[in-house]
Design a protein around this ligand. Structure first.
Ligand code: MNH
Length: 462
């Protein structure tokens, strides 16, 4: 699209573009810093390649209009097709497998389905509790939340146990996955020395992808063998046809979906839990309020399915953590027809822009004191006063997150359990450091969990 007149970093260089002032490890955080200075629309350019960022709630409202715009599978997402193929996240909307899989899998995310996942989620939460009860020193929060969310999607989705809490090091699938994600992401870095560095790891990447598909194929095969009817994700994919046409998913697509769900289904939720815990430990008065709610609603019982959604304040804590650090930090929108965005920016059919969510969630026109962590922003009355499109941590439209309810049930359950059972102590000198892979996570964030004296003594042994 025509980018003349759109602000960019001062001192853009003829060939390199905006390479100075950006580092390969923190593209999102660089963008946030830049966007705060440049305003709601800006561009970044690397060598010949320029991308437009749109962060103002009014313009995003227009972009989220499904009649005019749709999901664009570009840049990082396109590269992820090496892992996810035509799985839900990386599929083009026009690929027939997108709607087919979407319609077949929708029932796996109904309220009814969440009820079935609840006991599995509880079981995994108990493993977290057992690990924290046994911890003699500080625990690495992001690592343990990743154990929790990986186990949850593995068991609830596929009946597969990664054994995360029994391992000191990540499961080989996870190691391969993290490396493959990094490899895919680095494909977009245009710096010559980075290009040379990745070239040397191509073989490793092939091995990583082979390991992932191999494991997934094994899980699928063993389910086919034992033939047990289960209405988890895998069960639906293996046994259900499309509700209208009866058409089934092909085996390669099922494999792509399995990898997609393991990847998409755990890192984001893990990061959300870690940021929520970080902000609570930084705001003891909010932590006390959240815990008071858990004590009042759950007491010292293990929560039943219906107890989870009753933690309204804990849920707001998560909402607010996802406002400041939406762990899937952006999405792409592509024009379906020629259009003039905001009456000002001319876009041709097929032109696309990026919505950087941490900036949308800090739009000064909508969010007063945007840097302040304040869960009360999500009280129903406050939500009603805001433009609906100013908060989009789960994306938008028909390509929005299919796992939202799954993630929220899992996260409220886990955060509630931690508050119910532990006093947490944080190193007062810790400063939030965020690592960027495909998603965002606090890095080096350690907590010292101590079982509370009076309340909440359920869990591992209870
Ligand atoms: Mn999830 C799409 C954020 C948890 C499975 N997810 C998206 C998108 C965002 C997102 C944003 C849209 C991306 C785009 O437009 O390109 N997801 C999250 C966040 C959490 C999350 C912030 C947790 C917190 N997601 C989950 C979980 C699962 C899951 C849990 C699975 C169990 N997400 C998906 C899938 C898609 C998706 C699958 C792609 C859906 C589609 O396009 O049909």
């Amino acid at each position: 699209m025509d980018t003349s007149g759109i602000p960019h970093r001062p001192g853009r260089l003829p060939v390199l573009g905006d390479v100075l002032g950006s580092s390969p490890g923190t593209p999102l955080q660089d963008t946030v810093r830049l966007g705060k200075r440049l305003g709601p629309v800006f561009t970044r350019k690397f060598f010949g390649f320029e991308a437009v960022f749109v962060a103002g709630a009014d313009l995003v409202t227009e972009l989220n209009d499904e009649a005019k715009f749709g999901k664009h599978v570009g840049l990082g997402v396109e590269k992820l097709r090496a892992l996810g193929g035509d799985g839900l996240f990386t599929a083009h909307t026009h690929e027939p497998n997108w709607r087919l899989a979407h319609d077949i899998l929708q029932p796996a995310f109904s309220a009814e389905a969440m009820r079935r996942y609840h006991p599995v989620m509880l079981e995994v939460t108990r493993e977290l509790v057992a690990a924290w009860d046994a911890a003699s020193g500080p625990v690495d929060v992001s690592a343990d939340m990743t154990r929790l969310t990986l186990e949850t999607i593995g068991r609830a989705g596929f009946g597969y146990r990664f054994g995360s809490f029994e391992r000191a090091e990540p499961h080989p699938f996870v190691t391969a996955m993290i490396r493959a994600l990094r490899y895919a992401q680095l494909q977009n870095v245009k710096l010559p020395f980075v290009k040379r560095a990745i070239a040397g790891t191509r073989k490793q990447n092939q091995a990583d992808i082979a390991l992932m598909t191999g494991l997934v194929d094994e899980v699928i095969e063993s389910r086919r063998q034992d033939g047990e009817a289960s209405r988890d994700l895998l069960g639906l994919m293996l046994t259900e046809g499309h509700p209208v046409t009866g058409e089934r998913l092909d085996p390669v697509n099922i494999r792509n979906q399995a990898i997609t769900f393991v990847v998409a289904g755990h890192e984001t939720t893990s990061g959300a839990l870690s940021f929520a815990l970080y902000y609570l430990t930084r705001h003891p008065e909010l932590l006390a309020k959240a815990r008071a709610e858990v004590d009042a609603v759950w007491g010292d019982r293990e929560p039943a399915f219906s107890d989870v959604a009753k933690l309204r304040y804990v849920r707001r804590v998560l909402d607010e953590a996802l406002r400041l650090w939406p762990t899937a930090p952006g999405y792409f929108r592509e024009a379906r027809e020629d259009v003039v965005l905001g009456g000002k920016y001319r876009m041709r059919k097929g032109d696309w822009v990026i919505v950087p969510l941490p900036l949308l969630h800090r739009d000064p026109a909508v969010w007063p004191d945007a840097e302040v962590f304040d869960p009360d922003r999500f009280e129903p009355a406050a939500v009603k006063k805001r433009p609906a499109q100013a908060y989009k941590p789960f994306g938008t439209g028909e390509r929005a997150c299919i796992g939202r309810q799954f993630a929220l049930h899992e996260a409220v359950l886990a955060l509630g359990t931690v508050l119910q059972r532990y006093d947490v102590e944080i190193d007062p000198g810790y400063e939030l450091k965020i690592v960027e892979s495909l998603t965002l996570k606090p890095s080096g964030f350690m907590l010292r969990p101590r079982v509370r004296a009076a309340a909440g003594n359920v869990g591992a042994l209870g």
